[in-house]
Design a protein around this ligand. Structure first.
Ligand SMILES: [Fe+2]
Length: 353
């Protein structure tokens, strides 16, 4: 056995009402003047968290928007500077965390994330911003949250659809970590545990959005999915989802929901050990078929057709995916990827390749 492993440098505080420990966690990082970033919708749900901070909360920027547009992030940065803040706290999912990362990148102020979705972004060095129509991304270890707080009480605001589609993105991060380029026994542990937590947690959360035990499982799986991206990386599934998002306007959770069974089928013969681990974690006899059935059960979109993709665009999407996928267990070629996209377009039960 031979591997390298660097733990994700983020303290974790996990549990019901964990968000109320925010003041102690900010003080532990030597901070005294907090800017909170969130969406307008989240603002109304976190009054008790802001109240618990007392005088330490000197600014609230409740303007987070999907994909973190540049103007939004820069407005939050201006407020941060104007109020002489020394720490940024992002309370929400990927778009809100994007604001926190933009501020940390430019000021070196520590970032605390109170994660209310399972996106896992708090644990990754990847940051991004929407500039015009392009999502510009980069990597810097300093944007990893110094402290990550997971509070299932705050995640009950997520709709069933949002929970399921963001959950499929987290599931995909765990699944792909099992066959990505930099696997290790430790990333495998995170991935397998993450898959189990997401499968049980998503079923429970969708059956009852107020089931805090199920919500906790989803957040736990999401946390592990972030570790998976940071430790192991991604492969064809996520590259294809980025193509579908960047060039064809399909939201990330939706593309993940549709594509994952087909990406796994694509790799089924090339990565047999990973498939064994997926099947064991999901309790199924087929990795791609098990994910397909799970997606059906939690009622996420099942075809590119229903997401509004044009069949005529499948050729260019296949070419773009092949161009931008540096590593995948089964080598990528335009003909095979196009065949996979056809299956995803129609939403049929995935066939092996
Ligand atoms: Fe993702």
């Amino acid at each position: 056995m031979q591997f390298n492993y660097s733990p994700v440098p983020s303290k974790v505080v996990f549990g019901e009402n964990a968000a109320l420990s925010l003041k102690d966690e900010a003080l532990a990082l030597g901070a005294e003047r907090v800017l909170i970033a969130c969406t307008q919708g989240m603002r109304a749900r976190i009054s008790h968290v802001i109240d618990a901070l007392g005088d330490m909360c000197v600014a609230v920027y409740a303007g987070a928007e999907p994909h973190c547009p540049q103007a939004v992030a820069m407005a939050a940065l201006d407020l941060f500077k104007e109020k002489n803040c020394d720490i940024v706290v992002a309370i929400g999912g990927g778009s809100t965390i994007g604001i926190g990362k933009a501020i940390t990148l430019r000021t070196d102020a520590p970032l605390i994330v109170v994660a209310t979705t399972p996106c896992g972004s708090e644990s990754t060095p990847i940051y991004g911003m929407l500039i015009g129509n392009h999502k510009k991304t980069g990597r810097d270890a300093k944007v990893i949250a110094r402290t990550s707080i997971y509070d299932p009480v705050l995640s009950t605001s997520m709709s069933a659809h949002h929970t399921a589609t963001i959950g499929m993105n987290s599931l995909a991060h765990c699944v792909e970590a099992l066959y990505a380029q930099v696997t290790s026994p430790i990333s495998d542990l995170y991935a397998v545990t993450g898959i189990k937590a997401l499968v049980s947690g998503l079923k429970g959360s969708i059956a009852d959005g107020d089931d805090l035990a199920a919500r906790a499982q989803v957040l736990y799986g999401g946390m592990l999915s972030g570790y998976c991206v940071t430790l192991a990386g991604i492969a064809i599934h996520h590259k294809l989802c980025h193509v579908l998002g960047g060039h064809h306007g399909i939201p990330h959770g939706e593309s993940n929901s549709v594509v994952l069974p087909y990406a796994v089928a694509y790799n089924e013969t090339a990565a047999p050990e990973a498939m064994e681990k997926i099947m064991a974690a999901m309790g199924t006899t087929s990795a791609s078929g098990g994910i397909f059935d799970f997606a059906t059960e939690i009622n996420v979109p099942k075809s590119l057709k229903e997401l509004g993709m044009r069949e005529a665009d499948l050729d260019i999407a296949a070419e773009e995916t092949v161009k931008t996928t540096p590593y995948n267990p089964k080598p990528v070629d335009v003909k095979s990827v196009r065949e996979m996209l056809q299956q995803a377009y129609e939403g049929m039960r995935p066939h092996p390749f």
